[in-house]
Design a protein around this ligand. Structure first.
Ligand code: IMP
Length: 452
C-alpha cells in the first residue's frame, strides 16, 4: 500500500492554490486594540470588508478629516466609497441599532453597499432585556449572550432569513411560546421594557411585529449569500478584509471564560463565521495595544490600580466606545501576547497607541506569571489560575518624552527610525512576544501611522 502522505490526497495544492488576497484582522488582547483604524487603512483598495463575529457590542473607531465615526454593527469598510460590506453568519444583528447606524452614516453622506447573510442571527428585543442589569460578566448589555444562546439552542433562534421572510409573525409567536417562562422571569422587575403581567404573549408579539416592521423591509433588501460572494471575490483575485470584533482573550473558547463574549474572536473564527476555507486565508494581522486594557469583569493580571493606570486611561482615552465605561489599564502582558499570537498565527502585528506611553518612566513588561510560587510563561487554561497569577516584571524599559504635534510630524515623516531610541527598544522587546510588527499607530487619525 502506498504511503498516504505520498499520494495525491496529501497534495499541497502547488500550482492550483492561488495567492488569495485575504486579510484577517483580530485583536490580540481583551478587545479595544484599535482594530477599526487598521481595518479602515486596509479598506482602501479592498473590494469587500466582512464582519464575521459579534454584534453591536463592538465599537470600531475611525478618525479622519476632522470626523470621528464609531461603528458598532456595520463593517469599517463602509467609510470607503466603492468598498462592499457584509455581515456574515457568525454575526448577531440588532435590527434597530443597525438601522440607526445606517441612518447616521447616511447623514454624513455614506451609503454602505451592504449584504447581510440570512444565516446571521437577530438580537431581538427580549435578548436585550435578558442581558440587562448587573451581571457578573459585566457585559455590554446589548443582548449578545442571549442571542447566541438561542442560536446554539436552535429551537428559539431567529435568523435574519426568518426575520425578513413573510412567515416572521408565526415564527415569532412560536419562539415566544417556547420562551414563555424565561420571558416571565425577565418581566418581573420594573426596569424592563415590557411586563408580561400587563401584556399577554400575543400582545407582546404584536408590539414586536409593529416595532420591527419598518426595518424588516430594508433588511430583506440587503439579504444575500455572504459566504458565496466572499468566496467569489477571493477566487477572482479581489481583496477581502475579515474584520474581527472583540479580542482573543474574549473568545468564547480561548478567552478567560466565563468572562468572555459569546462568539469566536480568533483568526479561526473568520473561517467559520464567514464560511471561507482556511486555505484561502493568507494573512492574519493581530492588533495589540502597547499596554493592556480590559472593560467588564474578569481577571487582568497586569492591571494598575494606581496613578499610572489612571494616567494611561486619561491620555489614552480609555473609555468604552460602546458603553462609555472606564477601561481597566495595565502594563503590556507578554504572557497574553505569546498565547494569542500562538492561537492566531499573525503574519504581521499592528501595534497601537505607542504615543500614550510617552512620559511614563520606567515602563514594565510582564514576561511570566507566578502562580502559587511557581513561574510560568504559559497563559493558564483555567480562569482561577489567571485570577491567582502574579505578573513577573523582569523587563524594565526607559520611557520617552511625550510627543507634541511637531515631534509626531517628524516621526511620521521619518518612520520607525525617527522614533526615540527608547521607543524603538520598547517595540523590539514587544516583538519577542508578538512576532514582527508591520504597523505602529501613534494617534487616532488615519495618517498617524508608521508603516514598517
Ligand atoms: P458581551 O459581549 O456584551 O456579552 O460582553 C462580554 C464581555 O466582553 C464583557 O466583559 C464586555 O465588556 C466585553 N466586550 C464585549 N465587546 C467588547 C468590545 O468590543 N471591546 C471590549 N470588550 C468587549
Amino acid at each position: 500500500m502506498r504511503n498516504i502522505y505520498d499520494c495525491s490526497l496529501a497534495r499541497t495544492g502547488t500550482g492550483t492554490r492561488k495567492n488569495y488576497d485575504s486579510y484577517i484582522v483580530v485583536g490580540g488582547q481583551w478587545g479595544d486594540e484599535g482594530k477599526g483604524k487598521v481595518v479602515d487603512l486596509l479598506s482602501e483598495g479592498a473590494h469587500l470588508v466582512v464582519r464575521f463575529n459579534g454584534g453591536p457590542n463592538a465599537g470600531h473607531t475611525v478618525e479622519f478629516d476632522g470626523n470621528k465615526f464609531i461603528l458598532h454593527a456595520i463593517p469599517t469598510g463602509a467609510l470607503r466609497k466603492g468598498v462592499k460590506c457584509a455581515l456574515a453568519n457568525g454575526v448577531v444583528l440588532d435590527p434597530l441599532s443597525f438601522m440607526k447606524e445606517l441612518e447616521d452614516l447616511r447623514k454624513h453622506g455614506y451609503e454602505p453597499d451592504m449584504t447581510i447573510s440570512p444565516g446571521a442571527h437577530v438580537i431581538m428585543d427580549y435578548h436585550k432585556i435578558m442581558d440587562g442589569g448587573k451581571n457578573s460578566i459585566g457585559t455590554t448589555g446589548r443582548g449578545i449572550g442571549p442571542a447566541y444562546s438561542d442560536k446554539a439552542s436552535r429551537y428559539t433562534a431567529m435568523r435574519v432569513g426568518d426575520f425578513a421572510e413573510d412567515g416572521f409573525p408565526e415564527k415569532l409567536m412560536d419562539i415566544l411560546r417556547l420562551k414563555e417562562h424565561e420571558l416571565k422571569r425577565a418581566g418581573i422587575t420594573k426596569r424592563h421594557l415590557f411586563d408580561l403581567r400587563r401584556e399577554t404573549l400575543r400582545e407582546y408579539a404584536k408590539r414586536l411585529e409593529e416595532m420591527y416592521s419598518p426595518c424588516r423591509e430594508k433588511i430583506r433588501e440587503l439579504t444575500g449569500d455572504v459566504s458565496g460572494l466572499t468566496n467569489e471575490a477571493l477566487d477572482s483575485g479581489r481583496r477581502v478584509i475579515f474584520e474581527g470584533a472583540q479580542g482573543t482573550l474574549l473568545d468564547v473558547d480561548f478567552g478567560t471564560y466565563p468572562f468572555v463574549t459569546s462568539s469566536s474572536t480568533t483568526a479561526g473564527g473568520a473561517c467559520t463565521g464567514a464560511g471561507v476555507s482556511p486555505v484561502k486565508m493568507n494573512r492574519v494581522i493581530m492588533v495589540v495595544k502597547a499596554y493592556t486594557t480590559r472593560v467588564g469583569n474578569g481577571p487582568l493580571p497586569t492591571e494598575l490600580k494606581d496613578e499610572t493606570g489612571e494616567r494611561i486611561r486619561d491620555v489614552g482615552g480609555e473609555f468604552g466606545a460602546t458603553t462609555g465605561r472606564p477601561r481597566r489599564c495595565g502594563w503590556f502582558d507578554g504572557v497574553v501576547a505569546r498565547y494569542t499570537a500562538g492561537i492566531n498565527g499573525p503574519t504581521s502585528v499592528a501595534l497601537t497607541k505607542l504615543d500614550v506611553l510617552g512620559g511614563i518612566y520606567p515602563l514594565y513588561i510582564c514576561s511570566k506569571y507566578r502562580i502559587d510560587g511557581k513561574e510560568t510563561d504559559r497563559f493558564p487554561g483555567s480562569v482561577k489560575d489567571v485570577e491567582r497569577a502574579e505578573p513577573v516584571y523582569d523587563i524594565e524599559m526607559r520611557g520617552w518624552e511625550p510627543w507634541d504635534e511637531n515631534q509626531k510630524g517628524r516621526i511620521l515623516e521619518g518612520g520607525f527610525d525617527a522614533l526615540p531610541d527608547e521607543a524603538k527598544r520598547y517595540v523590539d522587546r514587544l516583538t519577542e512576544f508578538t512576532g514582527d510588527v508591520g504597523l505602529i499607530s501613534i494617534g487616532p487619525k488615519r495618517q498617524e501611522t508608521i508603516l514598517i
